[in-house]
Design a protein around this ligand. Structure first.
Ligand code: COA
Length: 154
């Protein structure tokens, strides 16, 4: 089931993010990188502000367990997009992306865009996104490669 975010989901999403980055993204990034990245879960008030500011946050639930979430901004930017470490490759990401895309079309957005991790790049490519360019971003002293990607909705 895909449903909108509710404030009671906050701590579960922070934990899911932290665990997915530490395990799933660890395949493609160093231990030091994922530690810096996952530490973003600690700033609870920043998460409250970010989740409240987004146009739409989709939460995936399976048997009452939260197994993924994805954030859409009003300009078509996809911000956080994470599935539970124990529920990868089960079609949950596809359902979340389809929901964001439906939401974007419902407000007539011309495109979706994101900065995809090395881990997520093939997922987005197979769902119609194209790489604009690769880039290096700095977070807490670590440098990360990711990919600016877009998908036209016209
Ligand atoms: C990228 C990510 C969100 C994708 O989520 P996901 O739930 O694994 O995605 P899906 O299961 O829908 O699709 C992944 C693959 O599993 C396959 N799959 C889907 N359902 C399946 C099933 N029931 N059985 C087996 N495989 C399945 C899909 O075919 C797909 O392969 P494809 O891309 O070659 O088509 C997830 O891997 C993730 O959380 N990554 C780490 C976090 C991250 O990097 N996020 C992006 C931040 S920028």
């Amino acid at each position: 089931m895909i449903r909108p975010y509710a404030p009671a989901d906050l701590d579960t999403l922070r934990q899911l993010f932290q665990e997915t980055v530490s395990t799933v993204n660890r395949r493609d990034y160093t231990q030091a990188q994922v530690e810096a990245w996952a530490s973003g879960a600690q700033d609870r008030s920043r998460w409250i502000d970010r989740l409240a500011a987004h146009h739409f946050v989709a939460v995936a639930e399976l048997d009452s367990q939260i197994v993924g979430f994805a954030e859409l901004e009003a300009d078509g930017h996809i911000d956080c997009f994470y599935c539970h470490k124990d529920f990868q490759n089960q079609g949950i990401g596809t359902k979340l992306l389809n929901r964001l895309e439906a939401e974007a079309r419902s407000i007539s957005l011309p495109q979706l865009f994101t900065e995809a991790s090395i881990t997520a790049k093939p997922f987005f490519e197979r769902r119609g996104f194209q790489v604009v360019r690769s880039q290096q971003v700095e977070r807490l002293g670590q440098t990360f490669t990711n990919f600016q990607m877009t998908k036209s909705l016209s």
